[in-house]
Design a protein around this ligand. Sequence first.
Ligand SMILES: [Zn+2]
Length: 210
Amino acid sequence: MIDRSQSFFGLMLVAAMGVLGCSSEDGGPKPGPGSTAVAKPAESPPSSAEKGSKVSSETPGAASDAPEQKDIIVKSEEEWKKILTPEQFRILRQKGTERAFTGKYWNTKEPGMYRCAGCGLELFSSDAKFDSGCGWPSFDKALAEGKITEHLDLSHGMVRTEVCCARCGGHLGHLFDDGPTATGMRYCINSASIEHAKSEAKPESGGSKP
Ligand SMILES: [Zn+2]
């Protein structure tokens, strides 16, 4: 008995829903022409593509001290000759070496930043400079990871590690692992490969000494 009444009630519901369903079908999909349904998807792909390109253009902007692939400086030999002195060109672009104790920074102790003489990338801080006694400016570490690239150098019958500016590829000098400081590293750099920029905002400017 109970089953019957339930099924009867269920039938009534089904019938009612059927009626509603029919009426909604009549007033629903038919008025909305199929053409609009087709037109919408045709417009949507370009907008999604725009979103995709925006996202991809934002991701490479991640800040880093290391030069990105897009920042790498490539110049012809003639272009480098125009902006470098003959000595800078010989060392930076032809992997030359200045004579010991002849460069302008081998004995410099002034605070400041040492930039690549070719492209201006900051490479070393004066804080990392130490007196190695070898006649070339020496540093125990680079300013940050990725500033300098290392390459195996087998020239002159020696096995050495050549160090270059990561941005312009300019030859800086060599890296040895006999450094006297905690890093154990000795970046032996040609003065001609770097430019010293005195650090400003030191007590002298604010302290108003006579
Ligand atoms: Zn450089």
